[in-house]
Ligand binder design. Structure first.
Ligand code: NAD
Ligand code: UFG
Length: 337
């Protein structure tokens, strides 16, 4: 069975290509290398032990996508391709709406023309907005997103649900990720941020390796046990395995629209992460407390019960392993790929 992975050479996509290959699926990757590189593809193939079919193509290029569908019998699409930097999305809203929303419209149109109506979409906990109280459940209201990136995720969720409503032949699975960190055990693939990282774990690993002098902790006056922000960090390989389970389930019959949180259900603070990283790896992380980052919320963690009950999926890798694997990737690849 052939699965098209858009954004398959990126951080989460690369790990998912490996989990899918291990599960016996044939993988076809489309990526425009905007935020990844041929080196990532080479490492994915090395870890899969075979060459995966790859197309360098933008998902907004319908003719290019059509070629992929003509040359391969695609049974389902896992759609990772998109821009993901919250801050940048406030500076470049047009680019974000075009790439993420318009890109998804182009992809779905080509899928429909080729009779492929199974899609798994990379959504985010960000669709729960600022006002729901954790643990977040799939039944809670969504929307009220505070930046264009988050709004693209919210809009795409609505669009895909409308497509499935209009044509019941569509199967749409929306996966709401919490905070993916960690890396493949081999240390050969991992997250490769451009420039100074926005997210906590890549920032910590770059401090650990000496590329950045110290971490800024954004606020210690939140209403949380130690005052710093609490998040649900999930190992990227657990996340990848969640995609395999979601796909297995979607392909065993017409399921319509399904929505799942992919998280651990456990919240850790910024200071918890710093201390866990130091303890797991024997490296010191110098940090200073600074003001809150605009747009951040105090606490965000999942209720992962639905994914456990319906998909039979739960996370297996704890915080220590996430810290060890993030550090192995960074220390083996000080400058990324
Ligand atoms: P990533 O940037 O590492 O991977 C995205 C990939 O998509 C990159 O390889 C990039 O080159 C490619 N891409 C971007 N626009 C494209 C286009 N128009 N055509 C073809 N390829 C394109 O990001 P990631 O962390 O792996 O995230 C994957 C998906 O998961 C994204 O949709 C992201 O919004 C979503 N997500 C990520 C997180 C996170 O914290 N990493 C959290 C929630 C949701
Ligand atoms: N943080 C710091 N210092 C840093 C970076 C982050 O203290 O240098 C703190 C943040 O304030 C927050 C926590 O670490 O409390 C996690 O921050 P991240 O930037 O790693 O992650 P976010 O939870 O802010 O964002 C993530 C994804 C977004 C997504 C959002 C909501 O990166 O794509 O979750 O789901 F929109």
């Amino acid at each position: 069975m052939a699965i098209l992975i858009t954004g398959g050479t990126g951080f989460i996509g690369s790990h998912t290509c490996i989990s899918l290959t291990e599960a016996g699926y044939d993988v076809v990757i489309v990526d425009n290398y905007y935020n990844s590189s041929p080196k990532s593809l080479a490492r994915i193939c090395e870890l899969c032990g075979k060459d995966l079919k790859f197309y360098e193509c933008d998902i907004r290029d319908k003719a290019g996508l059509q070629r992929v569908f003509t040359e391969n019998k695609i049974d389902a699409v896992i759609h990772f391709a998109g821009l993901k930097a919250v801050g940048e999305s406030c500076q470049k809203p047009l680019e974000y709406y075009d790439n993420n929303v318009n890109g998804t419209l182009c992809l779905c149109d080509v899928m429909r023309q080729n009779g492929c109506k199974n899609i798994v979409f990379s959504s985010s906990a960000t669709v729960y907005g600022m006002h729901n109280v954790s643990p977040l459940k799939e039944t809670m209201p969504t929307g009220g997103t505070t930046n264009p990136y988050g709004t693209t995720k919210y809009m795409i969720e609505i669009i895909l649900q409308d497509i499935a409503k209009a044509d019941p032949a569509w199967n749409v699975t929306l996966l709401r990720y919490f905070n993916p960190i960690g890396a493949h055990k081999s240390g050969r693939i991992g997250e490769n941020p451009n420039g100074i990282p926005n997210n906590l774990m890549p920032y910590i690993t770059q401090v650990a390796i000496g590329k950045l002098p110290e971490l800024s902790v954004y606020g210690d006056d939140y209403d949380t046990p130690d005052g710093t922000g609490v998040r649900d960090y999930i190992h990227v390989v657990d996340l990848a395995e969640g995609h395999v389970k979601a796909l297995d389930q979607m392909l065993t019959g017409n399921k319509g629209v399904q929505i799942f949180n992919l998280g651990t259900g456990v919240g850790y603070s910024v200071l918890d992460i710093i201390h866990a990283f130091e303890e797991a790896n024997g490296v010191k992380i110098p940090y200073k407390i600074v003001g809150r980052r605009p747009g951040d919320i105090a606490t965000c963690y999942s209720d992962p019960t639905k994914a456990r009950e319906v998909l039979g999926w739960e996370t297996k890798r704890g915080l220590r392993e996430m810290c060890e694997d993030s550090w192995r990737w960074q220390s083996m690849n000080p400058n990324g790929f």
